[in-house]
Write a protein that binds this ligand. Structure first.
Ligand SMILES: Cc1cc2nc3c(=O)[nH]c(=O)nc-3n(C[C@H](O)[C@H](O)[C@H](O)COP(=O)(O)OP(=O)(O)OC[C@H]3O[C@@H](n4cnc5c(N)ncnc54)[C@H](O)[C@@H]3O)c2cc1C
Length: 382
């Protein structure tokens, strides 16, 4: 993929911001199990990073998705997975459908402050009873006069405890499951919404992951994104960017893992030599670097074709699948070479081991990716 001077400038400036303003605080945010999303998003918004691919009319830069890829890759320099994920939710998971299908009024109300960083957004698809099987969600939005009345709940909502609005997927009719759903911009301060709890997790510690309930929550129907009944389709399109984002973001995080391990094992002495000098160690790291380069090539190819306007659902699913696989293989293999130091909580590789494990589960589990790939290969058995 041909990267321009503008791509490199985005990478350089964002990297400087990460080194100066984010990484010095990451350990404290991980310990606190939350980070100040409004403060960080405000800074990123002022620098123009929350709207790279969004329309200029709403404060965005209207660049193509290769710039989002470079931003996602660069966020991999952040020394945890939680903060990049929160930013990715804002830029490439909760807002693409709004930007593409929302009315002008809706975009002025929700997209403009999400691009400026004044608002924190979250995405409400998964529920206690439905994650992989999105079509079977139970939350309803019943039309009542000019309003929707929403009942149900969402689980695993990243940014959910801090968000100003949720991009909510709800059932709005009795049509078959793929045609009865609607995406709605729902302000989180609306009466009837309860953020029940912040969920404790094994990784992504600085990310607030919430369980949310809706009890007769009333919202104007003009807060609907696009057409009623098109929510499932819009969400599947929105997932495309989420999956490309996840693969792009991991490229640098996994590179850090290998680089940190090379640096540590080069210094660590044993048997009159170093850990890195053991053939098994440098061969294994060479193998992992090769796997990572293959993921980079796949991800860049998927993004290149996406920018060219092609349907990349198979390639994006492959990139997401492979990134999930490598997010398990690379930190696990690297951790081994750190010995006991690798088994400590604050070790960068052990953090990646915990944080990266989510990739095979969230945003469509590996098995869901396999079924999409099989469907495109014409081999999916129904
Ligand atoms: C930290 C975290 C953050 C998250 N953030 C968000 C968010 O912001 N917004 C949101 O909407 N959701 C979010 N999620 C939810 C996430 O997308 C779901 O957890 C994921 O889609 C899996 O759904 P589930 O947990 O209900 O697992 P289930 O759907 O119950 O699946 C369980 C397992 O079944 C297997 N499986 C699934 N499908 C198949 C198949 N076809 N064939 C064979 N096996 C299969 C997989 O191994 C899967 O892991 C988050 C989750 C976590 C843990």
């Amino acid at each position: 993929m041909q990267l321009t001077h503008e791509h490199e400038e985005i990478r350089r400036n964002l990297r400087r911001f990460i080194d100066d303003e984010i990484n010095p605080h990451v350990d404290a945010w991980e310990d606190a199990e939350i980070f100040p999303a409004h403060e960080v998003f405000g800074q990123l918004g002022r620098m123009g990073y929350l709207g790279l691919t969004k329309p200029a009319a709403y404060g965005g830069s209207e660049l193509d998705w290769s710039y989002a890829m470079v931003m996602a890759e660069t966020l991999g320099y952040i020394r945890c997975g939680a903060v990049p994920m929160a930013i990715g939710v804002q830029t490439d998971m909760a807002t693409p459908a709004l930007a593409r299908f929302g009315s002008d009024e809706l975009k002025r109300e929700f997209l403009v402050p999400s691009i400026s960083g004044e608002y924190v957004a979250c995405l409400g698809v998964s529920e206690a009873g439905a994650g992989s099987d999105v079509a079977s969600i139970k939350t309803t939005a019943r039309a009542d006069g000019g309003d929707y009345v929403i009942n149900g709940g969402k689980l695993w909502t990243t940014n959910g405890a801090q968000a100003d609005w949720i991009c909510l997927l709800a059932n709005t009719g009795e049509a078959p499951a793929h045609r009865n759903k609607t995406l709605i911009c729902l302000p989180m301060q609306t009466r009837g919404i309860t953020v029940a709890k912040k969920i404790r997790k094994i990784g992504m510690m600085a990310s607030d992951t919430a369980q949310i309930y809706f009890d007769d929550v009333r919202v104007p129907q003009r807060y609907r994104i696009g057409e009623e009944g098109m929510g499932f389709t819009y969400q599947m399109l929105q997932f495309q960017e989420e999956r490309l984002w996840a693969a792009s973001n991991l490229l640098q995080g996994l590179q850090n893992c290998i680089d940190d391990t090379v640096a540590y094992t080069r210094e660590r002495k044993l048997f009159g030599s170093t850990v890195l000098a053991q053939q098994w160690v440098h061969y294994t790291l060479a193998e992992l670097q090769t796997e990572l380069e293959a993921l980079r090539a796949l991800t860049h190819r998927a993004v290149e074709l996406y920018v060219a306007g092609e349907d990349v659902s198979m390639l994006a699913s492959m990139a997401k699948l492979k990134s999930g696989r490598l997010a398990r293989l690379i930190p696990d293999s690297c951790m081994q070479f750190w010995g006991g130091m690798g088994y400590t909580w604050d070790n960068p590789v052990s953090r990646m081991y915990r944080d990266g494990r989510l990739t095979s589960i969230g945003g469509g589990a590996d098995e869901v990716m396999l079924s999409i790939i099989a469907k495109h290969m014409g081999t999916l058995h129904r």
